[in-house]
Design a protein around this ligand. Structure first.
Ligand code: TXA
Ligand code: MG
Length: 322
């Protein structure tokens, strides 16, 4: 495996060809780094599951270069899904739609639906365009971490998570730190009204405004199988406690407005919610690299992105109630 940090067009072409040849390419997206494979190649996709140690009935998101590729993977697409795609793609949103014949069981975890996303990171988009120019249809990519662990938000973190299981023919494309920092909003588009399966930076309020129907700020977890819906996920080794008061000798993650304490190991001091989501996973990773036993986290309050951040932290702590 090698990391390519200077993602020139040549480097992108090489990575797209590697995908066509059945190899794995980890790539940046605005949310987190993905571990990519040709979504039409069952052997390549099987390697994703093996490298991640992920149960095979957990479906993968198919990444495409634009809304124009939607019909290849999905059918009977509701109008509101087109409206959402027009408004929020490229961007941190995944739509769950009825699958076409192209979306095989090895992608959908034997379900009749498929998850689609157009990422906005320029390296991801160039890779998708080049891959499609070579005849590919879509890139399957889960977050590039071991199943249940913290998603990587940098190429270094991908190497740390999966480096020993990637082969010399696999590639990691590096485009720095992910700007959103938590995974995409997953929207169930199988019913008359969409519902949120996993909260993210595209919020219920944003969705409601665009489609003209009020969408509840609530995770609907019964409809389709989604590993982000497990009680414990995104977890570091360190124990997580919730409190707005930093504790001496422990790690602390919280808004910069909460003052420092001399005996606290400050892991992140985001100034606002966008910085909070951007820094959260690297802060959890830092806790583990410092071998901290406990991290105190001050949960952000409010709706929208704050809800999405709380969702990840509560799952990382294994304390999410449904
Ligand atoms: O931001 C993201 O979505 C990142 C980047 C790489 O695009 N990807 C990501 O993939 O978070 P993953 O596999 O780590 O999480 C995707 C979630 C999983 O919980 C999976 O079960 C769910 O999406 N999912 C994928 N396809 C689905 C489907 N057809 N029906 C229901 N859930 C689906
Ligand atoms: Mg994941």
């Amino acid at each position: 495996m090698h990391i390519i940090s200077n993602c020139t067009q040549d480097a992108i072409n090489k990575a797209a060809q590697a995908l066509m040849d059945g190899h794995l390419v980890a790539f940046p997206t605005e949310t987190v780094y993905g571990l990519g494979a040709d979504a039409s190649n069952s052997k390549a996709v099987a390697r994703i599951y093996k490298v991640k140690a992920r149960p095979t009935d957990h479906p993968l998101i198919v990444h495409i270069s634009s809304i124009n590729q939607m019909n290849k993977w999905a059918r009977a697409i509701p109008d509101y899904a087109i409206t959402l795609a027009r408004k929020f793609w490229p961007g941190p949103m995944t739509l769950i739609l009825k699958r076409s014949d192209l979306a095989k069981n090895f992608i959908t975890g034997n379900q009749e639906n498929v998850g689609l996303r157009v990422p906005s990171d320029p390296v991801a988009l160039s890779l998708l365009l080049e891959f499609e120019a070579l005849g590919g249809y879509g890139i399957a990519a889960p977050s590039a971490n071991i199943f249940g662990a913290v998603s990587p938000t940098s190429a270094e973190a991908v190497k740390e998570e999966l480096g020993k299981d990637l082969l010399y023919t696999d590639i990691i494309l590096d485009n720095g730190v992910c700007t959103t920092g938590i995974e995409s909003t997953i929207i169930n588009c199988l019913d008359k009204i969409p519902s949120i399966l996993r909260p993210g930076a595209i919020t219920a309020e944003m969705i409601s405004l665009v489609i003209g129907t009020i969408i509840e700020e609530k995770s609907h977890n019964k409809l389709v199988k989604s590993s982000g819906q497990l009680n414990k996920h995104y977890s570091p080794k360190a124990q997580i406690e919730f409190s707005d008061i930093p504790k001496a000798g422990q790690g602390f993650i919280g808004l910069a407005s909460i003052p420092d304490h001399p005996d606290v190991i400050r892991l992140a001091s985001p100034k606002n919610l966008a910085e909070y989501s951007m820094q959260l996973y690297s802060a959890l990773r830092l806790a583990d690299s410092l071998a901290l036993e406990t991290v105190t986290v001050a949960l952000p309050k409010g709706s929208g992105l704050a809800w999405a951040i709380r969702d990840r932290i509560e799952k990382a702590a294994g304390k999410k109630n449904f």
